[in-house]
Structure formats: structure tokens, C-alpha cells
Design a protein around this ligand. Structure first.
Ligand SMILES: *Cc1c(COP(=O)(O)O)cnc(C)c1O
Length: 397
């Protein structure tokens, strides 16, 4: 998935446009910036590529989630339903606003189980946050129906699945709001950066204000702007946005290459008895950044994972025991270890994660191996890799 593999002259050119004028900020200094507005240009291009009416760039994917939630009016005590398999940013962004994360099981899509979502809805639920992990998506049709029925916001975390689609629409554009990360290991990168997309003008206005201290951005004198709302600083810098502009041009080429490499790996494993693949919901197309496979049991998955790494196959992950992506590794969340006192709503409403039964998630995660698809591999290397993976996994099964 890494866009850093294709960093080159185009990115350097975009950055040097900014360095020539020295205007490193996205707002103001109109006369000094030689006509360059990289963040604005990126927002327009990204909204168009994602078939959304609006895009708000911010400083990270985590900031994007926070800004998206805030712009939809999510606040203290509101419950946000999120999956057990995700990245820590999901609960960080929710708790940042004093809202309460409600963790629910995943299914064989490795994303939110719609039935588990519906069962977790309470009068305090405001938002459902599917996370399209490792290149593929949640069943957005079912989740949208649930959200419409219960009048909830559907917020897609598409940070790991940029370029995938559902019912022909780019991931992130299907729900009320979609979030992306451009951190250094994502499919396209700004170094650090993120984006929120939406078709709702009110959310766009809120996002625009919230990410810049509540500034109304009317007129061209920042000092004279009013503050319709309290806000924060989640701005992207002009330098980061410049890198992103060059990377966005490369997105379709990256996706094409990922699909090619993914297909070689998948075909090699298709005939292996005992190996099955993650389910992609009907209507979905992956972005092919990972190949996700199931082994028959947890013990065999662990064994296959070590055998692959001993055979020199890097970048295959066993998330079940990984600190970043699965609830098993989140002691700090389970124990609510914060530097200061957490909002009362969180302390009172949060489920006891030490005693919640996530055996359904465990059953899928325990058997999952995710293999990163790199774009810098020459084709011969992908074929060797595929053959080695097939041999190693066949041997242990
Ligand atoms: C990377 C990532 C984020 C956070 O993005 P940052 O830019 O690193 O803050 C959020 N959600 C998911 C699923 C991610 O993979």
C-alpha cells in the first residue's frame, strides 16, 4: 500500500513550488505565494476523484476522524459504534470529543458485523463507524439501511482502502462522511495528512471551521474573522499538501499495480486446500493493498505466519496478537489509562472491555494472515513470492 515507494521528481517539484515562496501555510499571504494554493488545489482534486461534493484536508487521518465526528455534531456522551479490528485512531478520535466508543464484533469481511451493530444500538447511539481494514470494505448497503432506520450518521474510515469501491462509488463517499489518512505508510502519502469528504454542505462548513480554531474563513483578513464555533488546530501544512497533490496523480497507477500483484498472489494460493479468503461484500471492489487469508485454525495460522517469515516472506501480519490493530493489544483502553481525568460520560457509559465477549471476532482474527501488497516488487519477484507462499503454507497444512 505504500505511496512512499513511488516518491520522486513530481513530489519534489510540488514541494519546491512552496519552498520558493516560503509560504508554508495554507491560508493567507496571498501576495507572497506566487499563486500556489496546494491545499486548496488538493481538496478540489480529491473531492473530484472521490466523487464527493466537498473535501477538507487536515493534519492526519486521526484528525480527519475527529473533525468528521465533530462536524456532524457528535459530542459528550454520544455513542459511536466501531469494530474490534481497526486502528487505535478509531477510539482516540471518539474519546477526544467526550463521546463513547462502543466496540462490536467483526465478521468474515474483517469489518463490522451488521447484526452486531444493530444489537448495540441504544437511545444514545449517534454514529456508526465502519473501518475498511486492509483494503476491503464493510457491508455498506446493510449498514446504511440500519443507519437510515435508526437515524444515525454513517462515517466511513477509508484510511486503509482508498480507491476501493462499493456499488460503483469510491469508498468514503458512500456514507455521510468519509475519512482518509495520508500518513507515511498509506497508499498515497503527504508525510502526514488526512482528509474528510462529504456531500453535506453543513458538515463541510463545520469541518472547515473546526479544523482551524472556528475561523469562518470569510474575507481575506484572518485577524478580522469571526468564530461561529469553538474549534481546534488540525490544519495541514502547505508543504504536506504539495506532496499529496503529486501522489494523487499516481493513485490510479498504484491501484492498478496492486491489483496485478494481488492477483498473482491470490491465484497461487487459490488451489491450496484449507486456505480461504476474506469475504468481500456483494457490490464491493477492494483496493488490493493486502491479501487477507484464513487458515483452518488459530494454531495453524500462527504456524503459517512464523513459517512464512522464516522463509523470508516479509510484510505478512498476524493481527490477532498485534498491538496496534486488535482489541487484544489495547490494555490502555481496557484499563482507561489516561494522563488526566477522562470525561464522566466515558467513565460511566463505557462497556467493560475486560469482560465483553468478543469470541466471534477472535474466531476470525485468530485465523487471519494479512499480506501487504507492495508496488515496488518486480513481477518476477512477485511470482517467486507467490510460489514460496504456496509451498510454505501447503507444507504446514
Ligand atoms: C492510518 C489509519 C488511521 C489514522 O491515520 P493517521 O494519519 O496515522 O493519524 C485511522 N484509521 C485507520 C484504519 C488507519 O489505518
Amino acid at each position: 500500500m505504500p505511496g512512499f515507494e513511488v516518491f520522486g521528481a513530481e513530489e519534489r517539484k510540488q514541494v519546491s513550488d512552496v519552498l520558493e515562496s516560503g509560504v508554508l501555510m495554507r491560508y493567507g499571504f496571498d501576495g507572497m505565494r506566487n499563486g500556489h494554493w496546494k491545499a486548496k488545489e488538493f481538496e478540489t482534486a480529491f473531492a473530484e476523484r472521490m466523487q464527493a461534493n466537498h473535501c477538507q484536508l487536515v493534519s492526519s487521518g486521526t484528525a480527519a476522524l475527529t473533525v468528521a465526528l465533530a462536524s456532524a455534531g457528535v459530542g459528550a456522551g454520544d455513542e459511536v459504534i466501531m469494530p474490534t479490528f481497526t486502528f487505535v485512531a478509531s477510539f482516540e478520535s471518539i474519546m477526544m470529543l467526550g463521546a463513547v466508543p462502543v466496540l462490536v464484533d467483526i465478521d468474515d469481511t474483517l469489518t463490522l458485523d451488521p447484526e452486531a451493530v444493530e444489537a448495540a444500538i441504544t437511545p444514545k447511539t449517534r454514529c456508526v463507524m465502519p473501518v475498511h481494514m486492509c483494503g476491503s470494505m464493510a457491508d455498506l448497503r446493510k449498514l446504511k439501511d440500519i443507519c437510515s432506520k435508526h437515524d444515525l450518521i454513517l462515517l466511513e474510515d477509508a484510511c486503509q482502502a482508498i480507491g476501493g469501491t462499493f456499488e460503483g462509488k469510491p469508498l468514503g463517499s458512500y456514507g455521510d462522511l468519509g475519512c482518509f489518512s495520508f500518513d507515511y505508510v498509506k497508499t498515497i502519502t503527504c508525510g502526514e495528512g488526512g482528509a474528510v469528504i462529504t456531500n453535506k454542505e453543513a458538515y463541510k462548513i463545520n469541518a472547515d471551521q473546526f479544523q482551524d480554531h472556528g475561523h469562518d474563513h470569510i474575507g481575506n483578513d484572518r485577524g478580522a474573522e469571526t468564530h461561529p464555533t469553538l474549534g481546534y488546530n488540525f490544519r495541514i501544512s502547505e508543504l504536506n499538501a504539495a506532496v499529496g497533490l503529486a501522489q494523487l496523480d499516481k493513485l490510479d497507477g498504484i491501484l492498478k499495480c496492486q491489483k496485478h500483484h494481488y492477483t498473482i498472489l491470490r491465484e497461487a494460493l487459490s488451489g491450496v486446500e484449507g486456505v480461504s479468503f476474506r469475504r468481500v461484500p456483494e457490490g464491493g471492489e477492494e483496493n488490493y493493498s493486502f491479501l487477507n487469508i484464513y487458515l483452518p485454525t488459530e494454531a495453524l495460522a500462527k504456524k503459517a505466519h512464523s513459517a512464512l517469515s522464516e522463509a523470508g516472506i516479509d510484510a505478512c501480519f498476524y493481527w490477532y496478537t498485534n498491538n496496534w490493530h486488535y482489541i487484544n493489544g489495547w490494555e490502555h483502553l481496557k484499563e482507561l489509562k489516561a494522563l488526566g481525568r477522562l470525561p464522566q460520560e466515558i467513565r460511566q457509559q463505557m462497556q467493560d472491555l475486560n469482560s465483553t465477549d468478543f469470541s466471534k471476532s477472535d474466531a476470525w482474527m485468530g485465523r487471519t494472515i494479512s499480506c501487504l501488497v507492495k508496488i515496488g516488487w518486480p513481477e518476477a519477484q512477485v511470482k517467486d513470492r507467490a510460489a514460496t507462499m504456496r509451498r510454505v503454507i501447503t507444507d504446514i497444512l
